[in-house]
Design a binder for this molecule. Structure first.
Ligand code: HEC
Ligand code: HEC
Ligand code: HEC
Ligand code: HEC
Length: 155
């Protein structure tokens, strides 16, 4: 009984969870960011975010269910986009990933690039009995969860 109510709770949460970006930009996947952001990619691969889908799939309580879990354990609610990839935090990249746009911060933002805020984290980290809230500023140097920076924030 207790188990069932936890599953129901997670399902209710999932209905409002994840990060919803405007659908006018398409997702491309982390491998497309890799060629220009090697430092961030190599370190991201080692994080719990990158491995989040495997963790959910291995779970029995709550039991894995793609429709529910991919809201936060995958990217764009898509099981084929495993884990919390770059675009879960930085926005779908089809329109900003071109060099001519990326090198200009304003143009990149206009084409969907997000510099993650506390709200970005809150989309998946809720105080709901399953996940806990996180303090973005306090986690920036937590290499178990966050990638390494080439230009560290605030410097
Ligand atoms: C063709 C190369 C290229 C690709 C592909 C690319 N980027 Fe970039 N990106 C850059 C350059 C150049 C900059 C600006 C200088 C820097 O930060 O290295 C940049 C900057 C950024 C920034 C920092 C912006 C700022 O204003 O601080 C983020 C975040 C970012 N890219 C994310 C991504 C993500 C996510 C992807 C994949 C969807 C991606 N990039 C794909 C070249 C690229
Ligand atoms: C609202 C977003 C959200 C949904 C929906 C969600 N999770 Fe999670 N899950 C998280 C977050 C965030 C964490 C990190 C734990 C924390 O915050 O302390 C987590 C942690 C976990 C962990 C622990 C991972 C570890 O390495 O210890 C497991 C297992 C897990 N979730 C399984 C699931 C399963 C299975 C589902 C679907 C039934 C699910 N989650 C749905 C956000 C979510
Ligand atoms: C798309 C959903 C999503 C977003 C957005 C997200 N996370 Fe997570 N985060 C997760 C999931 C799922 C886990 C659990 C991964 C696992 O252990 O398998 C997790 C785990 C973590 C952990 C390790 C567990 C813990 O609670 O200590 C930290 C720290 C963390 N995230 C910080 C952040 C920060 C900071 C941000 C915002 C910059 C953020 N996350 C954005 C889904 C997300
Ligand atoms: C869990 C959320 C999260 C994920 C996943 C994530 N990032 Fe970031 N990223 C951040 C945060 C937070 C910052 C710092 C934002 C700030 O300036 O406060 C950042 C900053 C950056 C920057 C600018 C700083 C620098 O290193 O030069 C780049 C570029 C970047 N990320 C690329 C990527 C790429 C590429 C991926 C995927 C391989 C990725 N990020 C995945 C949260 C994330």
């Amino acid at each position: 009984m207790k188990k069932m109510s936890l599953v129901l709770l997670v399902m209710v949460i999932a209905a409002t969870a994840g990060v919803a970006y405007a659908q006018d930009h398409a997702y491309v996947g982390a491998s497309k960011c890799k060629m220009c952001h090697k430092v961030q990619f190599a370190s991201w691969e080692q994080t719990v975010h990158a491995k989040a889908l495997d963790a959910a799939k291995g779970s029995t309580d709550p039991a894995y269910d793609a429709a529910t879990c991919t809201a936060c354990h995958a990217t764009n609610n898509d099981e084929a986009m495993a884990g919390v990839q770059c675009e879960s935090c930085h926005g779908p990249g089809a329109d900003y990933k071109k060099m001519s746009i990326m090198k200009d911060g304003e143009k990149a933002a206009a084409n969907g690039l997000i510099i993650p805020s506390q709200d970005t984290c809150n989309g998946c980290h809720k105080d709901d009995g399953h996940s806990k809230t996180v303090d973005k500023a306090a986690e920036l140097n937590n290499t178990a969860a966050m990638h390494e920076f080439k230009n560290p924030p605030g410097e």
